[in-house]
Design a binder for this molecule. Structure first.
Ligand code: PRP
Length: 215
């Protein structure tokens, strides 16, 4: 196998790299990854990429494959092949606000988010007849209701700690997210046998995992 794979920096880095180390022991452990952005194992070449850039790297065929959350796939809408849902990186995309906050059709609702496309798409569907404006921020989204930039947010929740510590609660779950394996469409044709071999190995690993064996 000779595949180039983009994996996200941040939250999914450790799980993504540990997942790939099941198939390529030549890859470094997460604790050994410093600031180097490209490294090789025995089968894979890995690029460390900002999560929002992963679909672009895959679409442009800088890498054959990418590991990325559903949140990013939905936000970026790049032309990539979605190969497989993976068993890690589980979290939820939610609408959150203060416990007492209620949706009103008589005012414009300001919604802060890092995900303007996802927010537009889902709120148009579920908030029919509601006037809303998206305030795009780049992080610390939970701050927005506290400083009255917006009355609610659309964001990812994993443990729920950030919401809790800022006295916010989930109002509605938009979708459950997890990591996915995505592929460049041309790579999927030109490197089909290698990619299919990799998918077989993932499935074999998942079966062993389901049977309770140690990975
Ligand atoms: C994400 C997300 C939430 C937080 C949720 O932000 O946007 O803020 O994690 O996680 P929790 O439910 O486990 O508390 P991230 O840590 O990636 O940082 P950011 O705010 O800079 O985007």
């Amino acid at each position: 196998m000779n595949l180039k794979i983009a994996i996200p920096t941040g939250r999914l880095l450790e799980e993504g790299l540990n997942f790939l180390r099941n198939f390529d022991r030549g890859l470094p452990e997460p604790s050994q990854v410093s600031r180097r952005l490209i490294f090789r194992g025995d089968k894979f070449e890995i690029l460390l990429v900002k999560p929002l850039d992963i679909p672009t790297y895959v679409e442009e065929r800088i890498t054959d494959l990418g590991i990325v959350g559903r949140d990013i796939i939905e936000e970026k809408m790049n032309r990539v092949a979605i190969l497989k849902r993976l068993n890690f990186g589980k979290c939820k995309m939610v609408i959150a606000s203060y416990p007492h906050w209620e949706l009103s059709k008589n005012e414009t609702i300001y919604v802060s988010t890092k995900y303007p496309n996802v927010t537009e798409k889902y709120l148009k569907e579920i908030w029919k007849g509601v006037n809303f404006k998206i305030v795009k921020l780049n992080g610390s989204i939970e701050l927005a209701p506290l400083v009255k930039i917006s009355s609610c947010i659309v964001d990812l929740v994993e443990t729920g700690n950030t919401l809790r510590e800022n006295n916010l609660v989930i109002k509605e779950v938009l979708f459950e997210s997890s990591a996915y394996l995505i592929a460049n469409e041309v790579s999927f044709v030109w490197k089909k046998s290698e990619i299919l071999e990799f998918l077989d190995q993932i499935e074999y690993l998942e079966e062993r995992y389901d049977k309770g064996n140690n990975l």
